[in-house]
Ligand binder design. Structure first.
Ligand SMILES: C[S@@+](CC[C@H](N)C(=O)[O-])C[C@H]1O[C@@H](n2cnc3c(N)ncnc32)[C@H](O)[C@@H]1O
Length: 262
């Protein structure tokens, strides 16, 4: 079912896919890795086409793998069958997925974002943890958010760890990037509410006015939202902390905020 079989770790395509674990390589090529047939099919169903499709010897049995091969070849992508050992090296896992797709990153220009297209949008200031970022993208997808805006220096949504945590939603949720200054200027034209999240806020998150479209602004895992970013919001809110924990995990807090706003 594949166009050719590769058994060597020194094969240039195998080396190129392995190198995508490094951010520098992802930034330079504009590519990223999505593991597993479910994620690859999700990508294809949402209009993305693998530049490279790698599959193990057993994958041929699955009809959806054939769909992925056909879609890749139709888009002039490369399809290779590889050994289990190569799949394990590519995914850095003992039990690798049988199918790995390499796709093009799809950041959208902030200027193309249309606020009325969704009731809720999420902006993340300096998010650092790829697991948090992937979980937030997945949650934004589940709740019907319009997209996620990465503000300032953030971790890479296209890292293998973040993509894994999205469970396929990396393909469904539009992603935007902005510096702090670009975000501050762009926010001035926001037609709905901008709601920030601060542990020191006095407004309960359930009392805020989430005038649509609502833009939720979340802070960094360690530092939280700095005063200059909080000042950009119409209101800053706090999710009640009733026990001894001093804060919620960023992705959990974002999920609570998204559902409060929608
Ligand atoms: C782990 S918290 C940051 C904790 C940080 N030490 C601070 O003082 O803000 C990461 C982000 O999650 C959100 N968050 C966590 N718990 C929250 C809460 N109880 N109310 C509102 N936002 C919260 C905020 O956006 C915060 O910036």
């Amino acid at each position: 079912m594949s166009s050719r079989t590769v058994t060597s770790l020194t094969n240039p395509t195998v080396k190129a896919v392995r190198a995508l674990h490094m951010r520098k390589e992802r930034d330079e090529t504009g590519l990223f890795v999505a593991e597993g047939l479910k994620a690859v099919i999700e990508g294809i169903e949402t209009g993305h086409r693998p530049a490279i499709l790698m599959h193990g010897p057993d994958a041929a049995a699955h009809p959806l793998a054939k769909t992925a091969v056909v879609a890749t070849l139709a888009a002039n992508g490369e399809v290779i069958e590889v050994t289990q050992d190569i799949l394990a090296k590519v995914s850095r896992r003992d039990n690798p997925q049988a199918v790995v797709g390499v796709f093009r990153q799809a950041y959208q220009p902030l200027s193309t974002l249309e606020p009325p297209a969704a009731p809720c949008w999420v902006a993340l200031h300096r998010v650092r943890d790829p697991g948090n970022l992937g979980t937030i993208i997945r949650t934004a997808d589940a709740a019907g958010c319009g997209g996620v805006i990465l503000v300032g220096e953030c971790c890479d949504p296209y890292s293998v760890e973040a993509v894994r945590a999205t469970m396929g939603s990396i393909f469904a949720v539009p992603l935007y990037r902005a510096s702090e200054a670009e975000f501050a200027a762009w926010r001035n034209a926001w037609p709905g509410s901008v709601v920030g999240t601060l542990l020191s806020a006095e407004v309960d998150h359930r009392q805020a006015d989430y005038a649509k479209p609502a833009l939720i602004l979340m802070g960094n895992e360690q530092q939280g939202l700095p005063p200059d970013m909080a000042a950009l919001c119409d209101v800053n809110v706090k999710i009640p902390m009733r026990g001894r924990a001093d804060s919620l995990n960023l992705s959990v807090a974002t999920g609570i905020m998204i559902y409060a706003a929608t």
